[in-house]
Design a protein around this ligand. Structure first.
Ligand SMILES: [Zn+2]
Length: 261
């Protein structure tokens, strides 16, 4: 159940808006998403150009094997309500939502959720802050968080007891061949911690697959290396021949403890 981000009372859905008893009202855009961030700064999250680049890359389905694995995990969990934190343009959310009765996708980028809502009518998309999600405490069965900053305490608050928190991040050798071109001494990504406050780890799997990548530039744009790589190295990628690139992900399933310790 969505709650008002201003007064925390529950929100009722009307035809073109969500409204609470105190008459705080949030319009539903024509695409179907709702902006529930209390103070949406202009230009927060990915802009339109970034959303388009990301979409072009994702729709090549290099990451589809990981999406299928996570969807398979969700299938084994009885999921009435699912939240996809940092859902972006809904590439994963749309498939995950098939495993839930109710699905919410939240992302800071209004451009991303606009795209998502246009292509997925089942999920309720919202523009907002993943650290303050306007949903009731202990109301969610499963949360997915792919490549997003860890909002672990917010996930803990939202989940029912034993609820599943599925976190996906880059594996040790994710995009290794790209790093070999960019850096003199590429390093492996460290594995994430094996403990988390308020959760117990249920499973962890490293998924790896290589793909022949023709458009290395759009791959680079998907990665954080885009922002901390020297100009010369970026130029090397621009003019590089197609090559095999390893995609590797760490998928961890956490379960909520009753106690937050
Ligand atoms: Zn309100």
């Amino acid at each position: 159940m969505l709650i008002c981000p201003i007064c925390q009372e529950s929100l009722q859905k009307e035809e073109h808006r969500f409204v609470c008893v105190n008459n705080h009202s949030f319009d539903v855009a024509k695409e179907g998403y709702v902006n529930l961030s209390r103070k949406q700064k202009k230009g927060q999250g990915d802009n339109k150009q970034m959303v388009q680049a990301r979409t072009r890359f994702l729709e090549k389905d290099y990451y589809a094997f990981m999406r299928a694995y996570v969807a398979g995990l969700l299938k084994t969990i009885h999921t009435e309500t699912l939240v996809d934190m940092g859902c972006g343009q809904g590439y994963y959310t749309k498939v995950f939502s098939e495993q839930a009765m109710l699905c919410y996708g939240i992302d800071a980028s209004k451009e991303a959720v606009r795209y998502a809502a246009r292509h997925d009518k089942k999920t309720q998309y919202m523009a907002g802050n993943i650290f303050h999600i306007p949903l009731e405490t202990s109301s969610v069965d499963a949360i997915t968080a792919l490549f997003v900053p860890p909002a672990n305490q917010e996930a803990w608050r939202l989940l029912k007891k034993d609820g599943a928190y599925i976190v996906v991040g880059p594996g040790p050798r994710h995009c290794w061949q790209l790093k070999e071109v960019l850096y003199d001494t590429p390093y492996e990504n460290p594995l994430p911690k094996e403990t988390m406050k308020g959760f117990r780890m249920e499973s962890r799997k490293i998924l790896t697959l290589s793909h022949w990548v023709t458009d290395l530039w759009s791959l680079l744009e998907m990665t954080p290396y885009r922002y901390n790589t020297a100009y010369e190295a970026m130029e090397k990628i621009k003019h590089h021949d197609p090559m095999d690139v390893t995609f590797s992900f760490v998928v961890t399933v956490w379960r909520k403890h009753e106690n937050n310790d």
